[in-house]
Design a protein around this ligand. Structure first.
Ligand code: PGA
Length: 247
């Protein structure tokens, strides 16, 4: 199964459901529809209405983050996995570099993953190195640390997806070459197999994926899908990514 996940970040108002309706109707008729899952992560304000609307449709709704506690607490403005689940959310991103840079540490991220899984959310756990780490050949070391400090073999493997998003590629139009990404993906999959056993976990790529760059990535068999930021705000671009991937 492949995944096409659109991360809306700070974008969207109620009428933006039009974009999702177009993606959902394409997905429902697409001849390749059984080969992939399409998911969008709108901001918190839209999760309840969008999750209800798409609950029994093909498109699934996810959250962009969750708080590191189970149910209810006294943390102002925090949204827990339990609260997300209660409004019909099915997936959550955890560990996006935006949130890591705002203070999410490995210890916090581990709590987030634990409570998201406890509440039956599927977790899309994001990892990635920055430009300086890449330049200093620290990519694999960084990724290994990000994975091993948070993921634990006792976690339910079936509900975790990993998204590799090099920070230098997010929103920049710069993407790794197919060869470079293929090598890194192979190494990430090895690390995941060490933690979870031979089946490992699905691995997505994210960072400047659009209808053009997708063509570089479709040959990489270790990549099980894509986390798409900017291009997911347009139904046409998001649909073209899927079309070009299977073309
Ligand atoms: P981008 O963002 O596709 O706009 O580079 C990816 C992400 O941040 O998930």
């Amino acid at each position: 199964m492949k995944y096409f996940i659109g991360n809306w970040k700070m974008f969207g108002v109620p009428k933006s459901i039009k974009i999702l309706n177009k993606i959902n109707s394409f997905n429902s008729k697409d001849q390749n529809r059984n080969k992939y899952k399409a998911i969008i992560t709108p901001p918190y304000t839209l999760l309840e209405s969008f999750s209800k609307y798409f609950y029994n449709k093909r498109l699934s709704i996810g959250s962009q983050n969750c708080y590191q506690k189970d149910k209810f607490s006294s943390n102002t403005a925090a949204i827990s996995p339990f609260m997300l689940k209660s409004v019909g959310v099915k997936y959550t991103l955890i560990g996006h570099s935006d949130n890591r840079s705002e203070g999410d540490t490995d210890i916090i991220l581990k709590e987030k993953v634990k409570y998201a899984l406890k509440n039956n959310l599927k977790v899309v756990f994001c990892i990635g190195e920055n430009k300086i780490e890449k330049k200093n050949n620290k990519t694999i070391k960084v990724l290994k640390k990000q994975l091993s400090k948070v993921l634990n073999k006792r976690f339910n493997r079936k509900n975790i997806i990993v998204a590799y998003e090099p920070i230098w590629s997010i929103g920049t139009g710069k993407v790794p070459s197919a060869e470079e990404l293929g090598n890194i993906a192979l190494k990430i999959k090895r690390i995941l197999k060490k933690i979870f056993g031979k089946e490992g976990l699905p691995l997505l790529y994210g960072g400047s994926v659009d209808d053009k760059s997708i063509k570089n990535f479709k040959k990489i068999k270790e990549i099980d899908g894509f986390l798409i930021g900017g291009a997911s705000k347009s139904s046409k671009k998001f649909i073209d990514i899927i079309k070009n991937y299977y073309r």
